[in-house]
Write a protein that binds this ligand. Structure first.
Ligand code: ADP
Length: 402
């Protein structure tokens, strides 16, 4: 067994996703998910060699216990020796981190300080790094930031129309997220049209529980719909996306909402869930729409798709040419209904869907979904883990000359 595999860790507030990846070809040797962390029901699911295994995570049921459980499995499978480094997904890198970075004390302090901009995510990411350092004390740890790809946005795209001092003194600006995914699918689309990425312009739509649309010019992000926090932009599973900020004052002053209640409503009770009143799961809403003709489900899908189409159309202002649109994420990769609805709003930009190709390109199958006379739109399955593994490997190669 080669010893250059990268263990990729993605720590959420109550979960830990992990994969052991060959950085050269993206092949996944082992993968899995620890969930319900911080509760007594914490479990770990591991996929290896076509088999699935589930185990309970021992007390205190936290990220550290999950990582120790993972290490015990890796030892049992004799896989520890093939790991050369750990790559961590870190959500917020602020303005300082626009490249993958070897973790040291300063980087950990920066991730901790940036938690003021992404409290849930960065705290969990740092917990994962500290737990991984304890479990693998001799291995290098690399942080790959979700905001990094968007650090090429021009000032006119990232400055809000509010007093400039709030940016200068407090870092209040647009940062964007899902950068690793937008970068990966742009790379893949460039290969499909056989052009160097640096000469390509795309608009990519990452549509999962969180959703964002990015304008990519000459291979670089020039605008994106998520902002200082992952609440701005298009409508998402449970997040509202853009609303009139005046609504917040109305809720406080006229309806006596607390800031905590507004935070909860905009982040957890809005989006597809809020409009449909059914679920945040796109599949459940599509079923309600198709099988039961549920009007709230129809409305939720309409609002969702219209807002995404508007975001795509607005990004033509950031580009001088457009090689095509890319759909990715759980919804973008699987929902033919959502893709058809979005593209049907964009006929003025010469998008014409190929219905058969749109049906075929689902469930892991990537490909072109537009007709011959149309501008191109592709479904491309994202693979953030591979990017993290590849960038971790490349950084260490440069540094150590492996
Ligand atoms: P996350 O942002 O948490 O990584 P995913 O990218 O996994 O989320 O996307 C989750 C979303 O993808 C859910 O809304 C789910 O309903 C949707 N999804 C998954 N499969 C399908 C499908 N076959 N049809 C429609 N939507 C789907």
């Amino acid at each position: 067994m080669k010893n250059n595999f990268i263990l990729v860790l993605n720590c959420g507030s109550s979960s830990l996703k992990f994969s052991l990846i060959n950085p050269e070809n993206g092949a996944t040797l082992l993968s899995g998910l620890a969930e319900r962390l911080a509760t007594e029901q914490a479990i770990i699911n591991i996929k290896y060699d076509g088999k699935k295994e589930q185990a309970e995570i021992p007390a205190p049921f936290d990220h550290q216990s999950a990582i120790l459980s993972l290490v015990a499995h890796l030892k049992k499978l004799d896989l520890v020796a093939c790991i050369s480094a750990i790559g961590h997904r870190v959500v917020h890198g602020g303005e300082a981190y626009c490249h993958p970075t070897l973790v040291d004390e300063d980087v950990k302090t920066a991730i901790k300080n940036l938690a003021r901009l992404a409290p849930l995510h960065n705290k969990a990411n740092l917990t994962g790094i500290i737990a991984a350092e304890a479990a693998f004390p001799t291995l290098p740890q690399v942080a790959v930031f979700d905001t990094a790809f968007h650090q090429t946005m021009p000032e006119k795209a990232y400055i809000y129309g509010i007093p400039y001092a709030l940016y200068k003194d407090h870092g209040i600006r647009r940062y964007g997220f899902h950068g690793t995914s937008h970068f990966f699918v742009a790379q893949q689309a460039a290969k499909r049209i056989d052009k160097p990425l640096e000469q390509c312009s795309f608009i990519s739509a990452h549509l999962g529980n969180g959703c964002s649309v990015t304008a990519i010019k000459d291979g670089k992000s020039v605008d994106t719909s998520l902002g200082m926090t992952p609440l701005e932009g298009v409508m998402m599973g449970t997040r509202s996306g853009d609303i009139d900020p005046g609504i917040i004052f109305h809720l406080v002053n006229q309806l006596n909402y607390s800031t905590q209640e507004i935070d909860n409503m905009l982040n957890k009770e809005s989006g597809l869930l809020g409009v449909s009143g059914i679920s945040n799961d796109c599949r459940a809403i599509e079923t309600a729409y198709i099988e039961y003709h549920n009007p709230q489900a129809a409305l939720a899908l309409d609002v969702f798709c219209y807002r995404i189409a508007k975001a795509i159309a607005s990004y033509t202002a950031s580009l001088t040419e457009l090689d095509g649109i890319i759909f990715t994420g759980g919804i973008g990769e699987n929902s033919n209904i959502i893709r058809e609805k979005i593209l049907s709003q964009l006929s003025l930009l010469n998008f014409k869907i190929d219905l058969e190709a749109n049906l075929t390109n689902r469930f892991g199958q990537s490909g072109l979904i537009t007709s011959d006379e149309s501008r191109a739109a592709w479904v491309i399955a994202t693979n953030e883990e591979w990017v993290i593994a590849e960038q971790t490997f490349q950084l260490l190669n440069q540094k150590t000359g492996i």
